[in-house]
Design a protein around this ligand. Structure first.
Ligand code: OGA
Ligand code: MN
Length: 353
Protein backbone atom coordinates (compact mmCIF):
# COMPACT_ATOMS: atom_id res chain seq x y z
CA UNK A 1 0.00 0.00 0.00
CA UNK A 2 2.57 2.59 1.04
CA UNK A 3 5.04 2.08 -1.75
CA UNK A 4 7.53 4.88 -1.47
CA UNK A 5 7.97 7.11 -4.47
CA UNK A 6 11.60 6.11 -4.80
CA UNK A 7 10.86 2.38 -5.23
CA UNK A 8 9.12 2.77 -8.54
CA UNK A 9 10.25 -0.73 -9.58
CA UNK A 10 8.67 -1.71 -12.89
CA UNK A 11 6.34 1.24 -12.59
CA UNK A 12 7.91 3.49 -15.18
CA UNK A 13 8.88 7.03 -14.27
CA UNK A 14 6.66 8.08 -17.11
CA UNK A 15 3.23 7.20 -15.75
CA UNK A 16 0.84 10.12 -15.55
CA UNK A 17 0.58 9.63 -11.78
CA UNK A 18 4.36 9.72 -11.32
CA UNK A 19 4.61 12.83 -13.48
CA UNK A 20 2.05 14.61 -11.33
CA UNK A 21 3.89 13.57 -8.15
CA UNK A 22 7.09 15.04 -9.55
CA UNK A 23 5.31 18.23 -10.57
CA UNK A 24 4.04 18.94 -7.05
CA UNK A 25 6.76 17.41 -4.89
CA UNK A 26 8.95 19.73 -2.82
CA UNK A 27 12.25 20.60 -4.46
CA UNK A 28 14.68 23.18 -3.17
CA UNK A 29 16.41 25.82 -5.27
CA UNK A 30 19.98 24.78 -5.95
CA UNK A 31 21.99 27.70 -4.66
CA UNK A 32 25.36 28.09 -6.25
CA UNK A 33 26.44 31.28 -4.45
CA UNK A 34 28.63 30.47 -1.44
CA UNK A 35 27.60 33.63 0.37
CA UNK A 36 23.99 32.55 0.54
CA UNK A 37 24.71 29.09 1.96
CA UNK A 38 23.74 30.33 5.43
CA UNK A 39 20.34 31.42 4.21
CA UNK A 40 17.44 29.01 4.53
CA UNK A 41 16.88 26.72 1.57
CA UNK A 42 14.17 28.10 -0.68
CA UNK A 43 11.44 25.81 -2.07
CA UNK A 44 11.20 25.85 -5.84
CA UNK A 45 8.04 27.62 -6.98
CA UNK A 46 5.36 25.26 -8.28
CA UNK A 47 2.50 26.00 -10.65
CA UNK A 48 -0.68 25.47 -8.65
CA UNK A 49 -3.08 26.70 -11.31
CA UNK A 50 -4.41 23.19 -12.05
CA UNK A 51 -5.08 22.34 -8.40
CA UNK A 52 -8.76 22.01 -7.63
CA UNK A 53 -9.70 24.23 -4.67
CA UNK A 54 -12.81 23.11 -2.80
CA UNK A 55 -12.71 26.27 -0.68
CA UNK A 56 -13.56 28.20 -3.83
CA UNK A 57 -16.09 25.53 -4.80
CA UNK A 58 -17.74 26.00 -1.39
CA UNK A 59 -17.93 29.72 -2.11
CA UNK A 60 -19.89 29.05 -5.27
CA UNK A 61 -17.20 28.81 -7.93
CA UNK A 62 -18.10 25.35 -9.20
CA UNK A 63 -15.89 24.31 -12.14
CA UNK A 64 -17.15 21.97 -14.81
CA UNK A 65 -16.91 18.32 -13.82
CA UNK A 66 -17.67 19.07 -10.15
CA UNK A 67 -21.16 18.88 -8.68
CA UNK A 68 -22.81 19.36 -5.34
CA UNK A 69 -24.45 16.26 -3.89
CA UNK A 70 -28.19 16.73 -3.43
CA UNK A 71 -28.84 15.46 0.08
CA UNK A 72 -30.06 16.58 3.48
CA UNK A 73 -26.61 16.00 5.01
CA UNK A 74 -25.42 18.64 7.53
CA UNK A 75 -22.58 19.87 5.28
CA UNK A 76 -22.20 20.65 1.59
CA UNK A 77 -20.66 17.61 -0.14
CA UNK A 78 -18.99 17.75 -3.56
CA UNK A 79 -18.34 15.02 -6.10
CA UNK A 80 -16.20 14.65 -9.21
CA UNK A 81 -18.00 13.38 -12.31
CA UNK A 82 -15.05 11.28 -13.44
CA UNK A 83 -14.59 9.66 -10.00
CA UNK A 84 -17.81 8.14 -8.69
CA UNK A 85 -17.51 7.14 -5.03
CA UNK A 86 -15.29 10.10 -4.13
CA UNK A 87 -16.79 12.73 -1.81
CA UNK A 88 -15.20 15.95 -0.58
CA UNK A 89 -16.60 17.66 2.53
CA UNK A 90 -14.84 21.03 2.89
CA UNK A 91 -14.56 22.55 6.38
CA UNK A 92 -16.22 19.54 7.98
CA UNK A 93 -14.53 20.14 11.35
CA UNK A 94 -14.63 23.32 13.45
CA UNK A 95 -11.35 24.80 14.69
CA UNK A 96 -12.09 23.38 18.16
CA UNK A 97 -12.63 19.91 16.71
CA UNK A 98 -9.43 20.18 14.67
CA UNK A 99 -7.48 21.08 17.82
CA UNK A 100 -9.06 18.20 19.68
CA UNK A 101 -8.03 15.66 17.03
CA UNK A 102 -4.53 17.12 16.76
CA UNK A 103 -4.10 16.68 20.53
CA UNK A 104 -5.43 13.14 20.33
CA UNK A 105 -3.21 12.31 17.35
CA UNK A 106 -0.11 13.39 19.24
CA UNK A 107 -0.87 12.22 22.77
CA UNK A 108 -3.26 9.28 22.86
CA UNK A 109 -3.18 7.72 19.37
CA UNK A 110 0.52 6.74 19.52
CA UNK A 111 0.10 5.06 22.93
CA UNK A 112 0.51 1.26 23.19
CA UNK A 113 -1.00 -1.14 22.33
CA UNK A 114 -1.35 1.03 19.21
CA UNK A 115 1.76 0.68 17.10
CA UNK A 116 3.80 3.40 15.45
CA UNK A 117 6.69 3.30 12.98
CA UNK A 118 9.00 3.39 16.04
CA UNK A 119 7.68 0.03 17.29
CA UNK A 120 9.84 -2.11 14.99
CA UNK A 121 12.99 -0.60 16.51
CA UNK A 122 12.09 0.25 20.11
CA UNK A 123 9.04 -1.87 20.92
CA UNK A 124 6.29 -0.09 22.80
CA UNK A 125 7.20 3.39 23.96
CA UNK A 126 4.91 5.49 26.11
CA UNK A 127 4.20 9.23 26.28
CA UNK A 128 6.33 10.32 23.34
CA UNK A 129 4.77 13.76 23.06
CA UNK A 130 5.12 14.58 26.78
CA UNK A 131 8.69 13.28 26.73
CA UNK A 132 9.49 15.58 23.80
CA UNK A 133 8.05 18.59 25.69
CA UNK A 134 10.14 17.69 28.74
CA UNK A 135 13.25 17.25 26.60
CA UNK A 136 13.61 13.65 27.70
CA UNK A 137 15.70 11.03 25.97
CA UNK A 138 14.96 7.44 25.10
CA UNK A 139 17.39 5.02 26.69
CA UNK A 140 17.65 1.28 26.78
CA UNK A 141 16.82 -0.30 30.14
CA UNK A 142 19.62 -2.48 31.54
CA UNK A 143 18.80 -6.16 31.59
CA UNK A 144 19.70 -6.23 35.28
CA UNK A 145 17.52 -3.26 36.02
CA UNK A 146 14.88 -4.39 38.51
CA UNK A 147 12.18 -2.31 36.87
CA UNK A 148 12.89 -3.89 33.54
CA UNK A 149 12.84 -7.38 35.03
CA UNK A 150 9.47 -6.76 36.65
CA UNK A 151 8.10 -5.25 33.45
CA UNK A 152 9.25 -8.28 31.53
CA UNK A 153 7.71 -10.73 33.95
CA UNK A 154 4.43 -8.85 33.69
CA UNK A 155 4.55 -9.46 29.95
CA UNK A 156 5.06 -5.83 28.94
CA UNK A 157 7.68 -5.57 26.24
CA UNK A 158 9.41 -2.35 27.22
CA UNK A 159 13.13 -2.23 26.81
CA UNK A 160 13.33 1.42 25.86
CA UNK A 161 11.99 4.16 28.07
CA UNK A 162 12.21 7.92 28.47
CA UNK A 163 14.34 9.40 31.19
CA UNK A 164 16.14 12.53 32.36
CA UNK A 165 16.64 15.33 29.89
CA UNK A 166 18.95 16.09 26.99
CA UNK A 167 21.55 17.76 29.18
CA UNK A 168 21.91 15.17 31.95
CA UNK A 169 21.98 11.99 29.88
CA UNK A 170 23.89 13.34 26.93
CA UNK A 171 26.88 11.07 27.58
CA UNK A 172 24.97 7.89 26.84
CA UNK A 173 25.66 7.10 23.21
CA UNK A 174 22.41 5.28 22.74
CA UNK A 175 20.19 8.07 24.14
CA UNK A 176 17.78 9.42 21.54
CA UNK A 177 16.04 12.76 22.15
CA UNK A 178 12.26 12.35 22.31
CA UNK A 179 11.95 15.48 20.17
CA UNK A 180 13.81 13.69 17.34
CA UNK A 181 11.51 10.68 17.66
CA UNK A 182 8.46 12.93 17.58
CA UNK A 183 9.74 14.56 14.39
CA UNK A 184 10.22 11.10 12.90
CA UNK A 185 6.80 9.82 13.93
CA UNK A 186 5.34 8.77 10.59
CA UNK A 187 2.30 6.66 11.42
CA UNK A 188 0.27 5.12 14.20
CA UNK A 189 -2.48 2.53 13.92
CA UNK A 190 -5.71 2.44 15.96
CA UNK A 191 -8.11 -0.45 16.43
CA UNK A 192 -7.19 -3.56 14.44
CA UNK A 193 -3.46 -3.28 13.83
CA UNK A 194 -2.17 -3.12 10.29
CA UNK A 195 0.93 -5.24 9.74
CA UNK A 196 3.04 -3.30 7.25
CA UNK A 197 5.44 -6.17 6.56
CA UNK A 198 2.63 -8.53 5.53
CA UNK A 199 0.42 -5.74 4.21
CA UNK A 200 -2.64 -6.96 6.03
CA UNK A 201 -4.53 -6.59 9.30
CA UNK A 202 -3.23 -8.87 12.02
CA UNK A 203 -6.19 -9.59 14.27
CA UNK A 204 -3.90 -11.47 16.67
CA UNK A 205 -2.02 -8.33 17.69
CA UNK A 206 -3.24 -6.82 20.97
CA UNK A 207 -5.36 -3.74 20.28
CA UNK A 208 -7.98 -1.42 21.70
CA UNK A 209 -11.19 -0.56 19.90
CA UNK A 210 -10.90 2.70 18.02
CA UNK A 211 -11.98 5.55 20.34
CA UNK A 212 -15.77 5.86 20.54
CA UNK A 213 -15.80 9.57 19.67
CA UNK A 214 -13.71 8.95 16.53
CA UNK A 215 -16.00 6.06 15.63
CA UNK A 216 -19.08 8.29 16.00
CA UNK A 217 -17.52 11.07 13.93
CA UNK A 218 -16.59 8.63 11.14
CA UNK A 219 -20.07 7.05 11.12
CA UNK A 220 -21.74 10.47 10.94
CA UNK A 221 -19.47 11.76 8.17
CA UNK A 222 -19.59 8.51 6.15
CA UNK A 223 -23.33 8.92 5.56
CA UNK A 224 -23.17 10.55 2.07
CA UNK A 225 -21.20 7.58 0.72
CA UNK A 226 -23.14 4.76 2.39
CA UNK A 227 -25.34 2.31 0.49
CA UNK A 228 -28.92 2.89 1.72
CA UNK A 229 -29.88 0.87 4.76
CA UNK A 230 -26.29 -0.10 5.57
CA UNK A 231 -24.12 0.95 8.49
CA UNK A 232 -20.46 1.87 8.59
CA UNK A 233 -18.55 -0.01 11.32
CA UNK A 234 -15.15 1.59 11.90
CA UNK A 235 -12.64 -1.06 13.02
CA UNK A 236 -9.25 0.46 12.26
CA UNK A 237 -7.61 3.78 11.58
CA UNK A 238 -4.24 4.75 10.20
CA UNK A 239 -2.82 8.07 11.34
CA UNK A 240 -0.20 9.60 9.03
CA UNK A 241 2.15 12.31 10.24
CA UNK A 242 3.79 14.47 7.57
CA UNK A 243 6.69 16.88 7.96
CA UNK A 244 7.94 19.30 5.28
CA UNK A 245 9.23 17.28 2.33
CA UNK A 246 7.35 14.11 3.30
CA UNK A 247 5.07 12.58 0.75
CA UNK A 248 2.74 9.61 0.53
CA UNK A 249 3.39 7.86 -2.76
CA UNK A 250 0.59 6.72 -5.05
CA UNK A 251 -1.14 3.63 -3.69
CA UNK A 252 -4.40 1.71 -3.33
CA UNK A 253 -5.95 0.73 -0.01
CA UNK A 254 -7.08 -2.73 -0.93
CA UNK A 255 -6.76 -4.78 2.27
CA UNK A 256 -10.31 -4.20 3.47
CA UNK A 257 -12.95 -6.78 2.56
CA UNK A 258 -15.87 -4.60 1.51
CA UNK A 259 -15.00 -1.80 -0.88
CA UNK A 260 -18.54 -0.45 -0.87
CA UNK A 261 -17.65 0.83 2.61
CA UNK A 262 -15.77 4.13 2.56
CA UNK A 263 -12.41 5.16 3.86
CA UNK A 264 -13.18 8.27 5.91
CA UNK A 265 -10.23 10.61 5.86
CA UNK A 266 -9.57 13.69 8.03
CA UNK A 267 -6.97 16.36 7.29
CA UNK A 268 -5.36 18.36 10.11
CA UNK A 269 -2.63 21.00 10.13
CA UNK A 270 -0.74 22.26 7.10
CA UNK A 271 -2.39 22.34 3.70
CA UNK A 272 -1.53 19.53 1.30
CA UNK A 273 -1.99 18.49 -2.29
CA UNK A 274 -3.92 15.26 -2.80
CA UNK A 275 -3.75 13.38 -6.09
CA UNK A 276 -6.74 11.28 -7.07
CA UNK A 277 -5.84 9.08 -10.00
CA UNK A 278 -7.69 6.37 -11.86
CA UNK A 279 -7.51 2.58 -11.76
CA UNK A 280 -4.23 2.70 -13.66
CA UNK A 281 -1.17 4.80 -12.89
CA UNK A 282 -1.39 5.90 -16.50
CA UNK A 283 -4.60 7.80 -15.83
CA UNK A 284 -4.10 11.53 -15.33
CA UNK A 285 -4.78 12.29 -11.66
CA UNK A 286 -6.90 15.18 -10.38
CA UNK A 287 -4.88 17.40 -8.00
CA UNK A 288 -6.73 19.11 -5.16
CA UNK A 289 -5.91 21.00 -1.96
CA UNK A 290 -6.63 19.39 1.40
CA UNK A 291 -6.88 21.87 4.28
CA UNK A 292 -7.16 21.38 8.00
CA UNK A 293 -10.73 20.37 8.77
CA UNK A 294 -11.54 18.99 5.30
CA UNK A 295 -12.83 15.43 5.07
CA UNK A 296 -12.76 13.02 2.16
CA UNK A 297 -14.69 9.79 1.59
CA UNK A 298 -13.51 7.13 -0.84
CA UNK A 299 -16.00 4.36 -1.52
CA UNK A 300 -17.09 2.07 -4.34
CA UNK A 301 -15.22 2.74 -7.58
CA UNK A 302 -13.04 5.41 -5.94
CA UNK A 303 -11.63 2.65 -3.70
CA UNK A 304 -9.95 1.28 -6.83
CA UNK A 305 -8.26 4.58 -7.68
CA UNK A 306 -4.59 5.32 -7.06
CA UNK A 307 -4.11 8.26 -4.75
CA UNK A 308 -1.38 9.95 -2.76
CA UNK A 309 -0.08 13.14 -1.16
CA UNK A 310 2.95 14.53 -3.03
CA UNK A 311 3.26 17.74 -1.06
CA UNK A 312 2.51 19.53 2.16
CA UNK A 313 3.02 23.29 2.51
CA UNK A 314 4.79 24.52 5.63
CA UNK A 315 5.42 28.12 4.56
CA UNK A 316 3.30 30.83 6.16
CA UNK A 317 1.52 31.84 3.00
CA UNK A 318 0.47 28.36 1.86
CA UNK A 319 0.11 26.34 5.08
CA UNK A 320 -3.14 28.15 6.01
CA UNK A 321 -3.04 27.33 9.69
CA UNK A 322 -3.49 30.81 11.21
CA UNK A 323 -6.85 29.96 12.87
CA UNK A 324 -5.30 26.80 14.35
CA UNK A 325 -2.26 28.73 15.55
CA UNK A 326 -4.53 31.24 17.31
CA UNK A 327 -6.46 28.44 18.99
CA UNK A 328 -3.16 26.95 20.23
CA UNK A 329 -1.81 30.30 21.42
CA UNK A 330 -1.95 29.52 25.16
CA UNK A 331 1.38 28.82 26.80
CA UNK A 332 0.37 25.24 27.69
CA UNK A 333 -0.33 24.51 24.01
CA UNK A 334 3.07 25.64 22.75
CA UNK A 335 4.09 22.04 21.98
CA UNK A 336 1.04 21.48 19.76
CA UNK A 337 1.57 24.82 18.05
CA UNK A 338 5.24 24.09 17.39
CA UNK A 339 4.41 20.71 15.94
CA UNK A 340 1.49 21.65 13.73
CA UNK A 341 3.15 24.77 12.29
CA UNK A 342 5.28 22.52 10.13
CA UNK A 343 3.25 19.31 9.98
CA UNK A 344 0.14 17.70 8.63
CA UNK A 345 -1.79 14.85 10.22
CA UNK A 346 -4.17 12.57 8.34
CA UNK A 347 -6.52 10.21 10.18
CA UNK A 348 -8.20 7.68 7.94
CA UNK A 349 -10.82 5.34 9.30
CA UNK A 350 -11.75 1.97 7.84
CA UNK A 351 -14.16 -0.90 8.18
CA UNK A 352 -11.95 -3.96 7.75
CA UNK A 353 -14.47 -6.84 7.47
C1 OGA B 1 -3.76 6.72 3.36
C2 OGA B 1 -4.03 7.93 2.56
C3 OGA B 1 -4.30 10.32 2.40
C4 OGA B 1 -3.99 11.59 3.13
O1 OGA B 1 -3.29 6.84 4.50
O2 OGA B 1 -4.02 5.62 2.86
O3 OGA B 1 -4.35 7.80 1.42
O4 OGA B 1 -4.77 12.54 2.94
N1 OGA B 1 -3.93 9.16 3.13
O5 OGA B 1 -2.99 11.67 3.84
MN1 MN C 1 -4.82 5.72 0.96
Amino acid sequence: MYESSTQSSNDSERTAFRKAEKKYKLYYETDTKKSSSKRQKQPKPVDLSDVLDFKQVLNGEIPSGIFKLQSDFDFPVFCIETHPGFYFIPEALSIEEQCHWIRESLTSFPQPPNRTNHHAIYGHIYDLFIAAQKKRVLTQAEALDLDFASLQSSGIETRWHFSGDNTTVQKEDSAIPASALLRKLRWSTLGLQFDWSKRNYNVCLPHNKIPESLCQLAKRMAAPSMPTGEDFHPEAAIVNYFAAGDMLGGHLDDMEADWSKPIVSISLGCKAIFLLGGKSRDDLPVAMFLRSGDMVLMAGQARECFHGVPRIFTDKENAEITPLALQFSNQEDIGFLDYIRSSRINVNIRQVF
